[in-house]
Design a protein around this ligand. Structure first.
Ligand SMILES: [Zn+2]
Ligand SMILES: [Zn+2]
Length: 103
């Protein structure tokens, strides 16, 4: 908000800039507020995105359902509960298709 330095009235948006509604004072500021809010993009569930260094993973024989390649990187991830079985992951060495296996 800006006020008129001459009469103290609240400046209003005129044609181009802010101006006083009582006297002829015109402000140099345009009064336009920049909207910097970013539009939140729809969050996609990142199920397939597993950040894992594949160069240190063991390669096992596992048929890829995508490209029928028979070798895949293999690793396991322990789920939250300690008594639960770990989840096995296979990532095709050819096409990179990643899948998980529950047990
Ligand atoms: Zn004024
Ligand atoms: Zn594959």
């Amino acid at each position: 908000m800006e006020f008129c330095p001459k009469c103290g009235a609240l400046l209003i948006q005129k044609k181009k800039n802010l101006g006083c509604p009582r006297c002829s004072y015109a402000s140099k500021s345009s009064g336009k507020i920049r909207i910097s809010e970013k539009i939140n993009l729809e969050k996609k569930p990142e199920i397939a995105v597993i950040k894992k260094r594949t160069d240190v993973l063991p390669v096992v024989q596992a048929k890829c359902p995508e490209c029928k390649h028979e070798e895949a990187y293999f690793w396991t991830v322990q789920t939250r509960a300690a008594d639960e079985a770990e989840t096995k992951f296979f990532k095709c060495t050819k096409c990179g298709h990643t899948r998980r296996e529950y047990r």
